[in-house]
Design a protein around this ligand. Sequence first.
Ligand code: PMP
Length: 439
Amino acid sequence: MTGGGGPEQLLARHRAVLPDWLSLYYERPVELTHGEGRHVWDSEGNRYLDFFGGILTTMTAHALPEVGRAVAEQAGRLLHSSTLYLNRPMVALAERIAALSGIRDPRVFFTTSGTEANDTALLLATAYRRSNQVLALRNSYHGRSFSAVGITGNSAWSPTSLSPVHTLYVHGGVRTRGPFAALPDAAFTEACVADLRDVLAQTRGGVAALIAEPVQGVGGFTSGPDGLFAAFREVLDAEGILWISDEVQTGWGRTGEHFWGWQAHAGHGPPDVLTFAKGIGNGMSIGGVVARAEVMNCLDSNSISTFGGSPVTMAAGLANLEYLLAHDLPGNARRVGGLLIERLRAVTAGLGLVREVRGRGLMIGIELVRPGTDLPYPAAASRVLEAARAGGLLLGKGGGPGGSVLRIAPPLSLTAAEAEAGAEVLAAALRAVDAEPAA
Ligand code: PMP
């Protein structure tokens, strides 16, 4: 039904029928056929340790039997999606997420992606505040729908400037570059708050919300100091501006320290709105929004799309969340992520190519520069990716302001031995590229 031939033929068919802008990571694109635990296999029989989890979508483990069984059971009973009828798995998952969210008087709405979740958050915030002015952080990424591109500050990831949202960008995400880079934590926070006040003072009319990733994901796994958003909150609260925390990458304990990224900034309470997606379905399409009831219920409409909350994806989410909590995978992210960061720092010490190894939990970035300079070096990131693939390791590239950050975000069940093995492959790839003449 899907046709024969090897990956070359499949690539030719892909190119003929799919958009040119659907980028494929590798010089010879990978066709994945199956997975198990933290490993995946391609159609040529090669096995890879997966340090990217399909950009964090495989949150717990590949082919997790608990999730597979839940999906098969639900699909065997009812393959269907509609928000018009009562839906037991949707209510059950909403209850779990509401209780975990930390948001006061929470309501949960399910979407099918993180982009749609942020779109919905913008719809809520702008309708609630009767304003289409939104604050976002420089170097942010929130998706590529018509409104989400309008709050995505990283131009390399934003295909158009023609967005219906009026966005004002403030500092706060990138700690290691930019005008405040040299400042210590407290002074950095102070400078960002002053910048926020300045932007607000120059804005006519009300601002609906500030949307921000607690750790910028596509932006290169970079974050401001803990407490930054609590400091922002004081300024926002004075004007009734909502805080939307985009937890699409930082949710579910990925950062190891907290279940949600916002909890590193909890000084002034939880956000008004939280968006989530990616890993909760362990590969099934789930996104969603949690908001205070008053904000969620400001709309007078009948759902947003037909598909959010399909019983099959909800069954996957429930089984996956249960597994995550029962096996304390956030704790594993803290322990194994800590080991991995340490190991990566040790094996990359002295390489002129590596500017910084940074991260929280199992969200780790390696920023590359042209040796002897502070300039981004995206071509080297691509070469490291190819070399790591040849060594049996998949990871992410293209992050950060210069597209020069390698991104590591494995399934949260990664073992210490796997972390060690992956670090060795990555170190060899980095050493090989470091030794090559600059392109
Ligand atoms: N927000 C953040 C922080 C993301 O990293 C992403 C995806 N990379 C999105 C939103 C969009 O999510 P999705 O790809 O599920 O639409």
